[in-house]
Design a protein around this ligand. Sequence first.
Ligand SMILES: [Fe+2]
Ligand SMILES: [Fe+2]
Length: 272
Amino acid sequence: MTDLVVRRLLVDMEAPIARHWCAGDAFRTALFNALSMSFPVGEQFFIDSVRGGFRELPPEQQERFRAEMQGFVGQEATHRRLHSLYNAHLDKQGLVNHWGPRAQKRLKLMEGVDIRHWLAITAANEHFTAIFADWMLHNADLLGDRDPRLATLWLWHSAEESEHKSTAFDLYGALGGSHEWRITWFRRVTMIFLGDTLRQTFSNLRQDGTLWRWSTWKSGASYLFGKRGLVRQTFGPWKDYLRRDFHPSHHDSSASQHWLQRHQDQFAPVGA
Ligand SMILES: [Fe+2]
Ligand SMILES: [Fe+2]
């Protein structure tokens, strides 16, 4: 069981966000903004999945999961709230969130479906988030220093994603979820997630007027496929999920612990 602390981040989300807040880089900014746009809808679904899965557990199992479920819900609810404030600034910049409404429509199809499918979708997304989070914690300098507030927001979110990466996965297992469905949903989620990320990043760049600039795609290629590239470095960890004996805890999460230890002045634990 994981001890999940809910933390209130001590950053000012009222001040506006600069157009190219991420190291002055159009591509990286557009990509991070796209991901942020997906969070309020996505994280609500993760919360509903974990709460729903918890309710289906027999009482003796509920006791084992109660604290972790509450920590998970508290962390994701805090992420949602801060990313909603973040996204409100993007609205003001004229960026249009297509991802959120599209995801909402898709998730409507899940109403009444066995909660294990919800959890398999959540666990797949959480795997994505966890490997991305770990990569980000190891490459924090790529967030640049133009907006330390947003860099802190992304690293705090990453650290907590790494902390709670097993919750949905373990609930799925406790409810007897099968390996086959876990993999089926993981493949589907991969296609949907990559498609949505690309579409929203393109849309943000088009709106920003930087879609057809050589510098945008030069930076994009190196950020995704370069030596320290996101795709290049996360492909192996992505693939590990396909193994029958995989568990999220097999992946090291010390970068998350180190960040949280070193940045205790940036947040206040809730209820402590
Ligand atoms: Fe989150
Ligand atoms: Fe999460």
